[in-house]
Design a protein around this ligand. Structure first.
Ligand code: F6P
Length: 479
């Protein structure tokens, strides 16, 4: 297939580095996102001419994709110079692939979220959505095949695009294809829940890559375990582990800006002081409200703490930022509603005129998240299962006076941070309450020492290095 743009490095992900909104006058406005991939890609510099292929996520994105040369390139001023091709995939196909398969099936499988007596049910509707997932993956594979120069390196991201490596290999055998999973991978016994042919398609699609990357050994081993049923197992595909770290330079600079200081002052005001005039402790959590983040059990553990340890009443506040995520899905909306309800219940049960035990905020505000990181006495990160969890890595980097980290042993970050964290089984609410008490009671000097070590571990592999390592390993293969 002829190359139209001949890029040497390509990235493919569902969500791109920019999204659009339409204002009241009908003008398009671009909004740039952050994250590991954005800063990772910036490390190779604009001269590399990397192309990022992503999907239009909503109507405004689709409008932009159509307006700008059929999505071939978004304007550089919208993307900060990054070359971005946004795919205008039919809305119904996109919805089936993204909401139906990626978020309601593959996300559930890898995070082990099903309530199995009643779900999943792989019926005709699932098969219809699966066909859309195939079409969506094909659209990516075709765009990448068009864009890539001879022998180019392509790094495909995440569970949305598991079929792309295999499809792209068929279209362009000359390419070096990598795939990186930002989620956990399901253990073989859970993965087998998928219909056999679908499970095999996912594994074979992934194994179309020369190299597969995972965030931890545990997820890499789980993937290899799933492949044991395939004749030939993982075959020639190399499997590597790259534990994405926090972006220390960015975080340290960003968290010292004036907007963060303003929010710190506002938060301190909201938290208030203990009855004896001393400072009130803050247990902070910051999450996108995903079903895997375990916010509800976090609140139950906090309630247990107030019940079992009355000495903390009026002396602690739980600052919980639960930002909206995937609100097209009913189960996410119901979960968010339960978080709000439980926070209100706790406030009604324990609150006093001068003390609101839970401060819940649901509007996304990055500066306020950084403010909370800076003042947190305890950070609660208790996911049921998580690929990495960057909040656990970011808090120690920006914490002003040291912060005790209560960390789920099921988060990928636990492999690197476990030693200096207070470990919890995310399902054990009584155990989590105990861990919160232990963290709140940790002497200041110990907290500060641990935070230093946590910050060092959390920043061991900055996003730029994380990306470059993968690229170099890929370029070294069959080169
Ligand atoms: O956090 C894991 C992850 O898979 C990221 O890699 C990815 O950006 C995100 O989840 C997908 O979320 P969304 O559905 O909001 O795009």
């Amino acid at each position: 297939m002829a190359s139209t743009h001949a890029a040497e490095v390509l990235v493919a992900s569902n969500r791109g580095p920019v999204s659009y909104q339409v204002d009241e006058e009908g003008s398009l406005h671009a909004r740039r996102g952050g994250g590991g991939l954005v800063s990772g890609l910036s490390a190779i510099g604009p001269e590399a001419g990397a192309v990022w292929v992503c999907a239009a996520l909503g109507d405004a994105d689709r409008e932009a994709a159509r307006r700008y040369g059929d999505g071939r390139r978004l304007p550089a001023e919208d993307t900060g110079g990054q070359r971005v091709r946004m795919l205008d995939i039919a809305p119904d196909v996109f919805a089936d692939a993204y909401n139906g398969i990626a978020n309601s099936v593959l996300w559930f499988v890898h995070h082990m979220l099903y309530q199995t007596p009643l779900e999943p049910v792989f019926d005709a509707e699932f098969r219809r959505q699966w066909a859309s997932y195939e079409a969506y993956n094909r659209a990516f594979a075709q765009a990448l095949a068009e864009e890539a120069a001879e022998g180019a390196a392509v790094v495909v991201q995440d569970y949305h695009l598991t079929l792309v490596p295999g499809m792209l290999r068929d279209l362009r055998p000359d390419l070096r294809i990598g795939h990186f999973s930002h989620t956990p991978w399901a253990p073989a016994d859970y993965f087998r829940m998928l219909p056999d042919d679908v499970a095999e398609q996912v594994l074979r699609g992934m194994l179309g890559a020369d190299r597969l990357g995972f965030l931890t050994e545990r997820w890499a081993r789980a993937f290899a375990g799933c492949c044991e049923t395939l004749p030939g197992g993982v075959g020639d595909t190399e499997i590597g582990v790259h534990g994405l770290g926090a972006d220390a330079d960015f975080l340290r600079e960003r968290s010292q800006r004036a907007d963060v200081s303003e929010r710190m002052a506002a938060l301190r005001e909201e938290i208030g002081a203990a009855p004896d005039g001393g400072p009130r402790r803050a247990i902070v959590r910051v999450d996108r409200t995903e079903l895997s983040k375990n916010i509800v059990r976090g609140l139950l553990a906090y309630r247990r703490l107030l019940e079992d340890r009355p000495e903390w009443r009026e002396r602690v506040v739980h600052v919980a930022f639960a930002y909206p995520s995937r609100q097209d899905l009913e189960v996410y909306r119901t979960y968010t509603a339960r978080v709000r309800e439980l926070a209100e219940e706790i406030n009604a049960e324990y609150g006093t005129p001068g003390w609101k035990p839970v401060l819940l905020h649901v509007e996304d505000d990055f500066a306020r998240s950084l403010a909370a990181y800076r003042i947190a006495d305890v950070a609660l990160v208790n996911p049921i299962r998580d690929g990495m969890n960057l909040v656990a890595k970011e808090v120690p980097v920006v914490s002003d006076a040291g912060c005790a980290l209560v960390l789920s042993r099921e988060a990928g970050a636990f492999a690197e941070l476990g030693e200096d964290a207070v470990a919890v089984n995310p399902y054990d609410v009584v155990g989590t309450a105990r861990a919160l008490h232990e963290a709140l009671s940790m002497p200041g000097a110990e907290r500060a020492e641990r935070t230093k070590r946590l910050a060092a571990a959390a920043t061991a592999l900055p996003p730029s290095q994380w990306f470059l390592d993968q690229l170099r390993r890929l370029e070294r293969l069959n080169g």
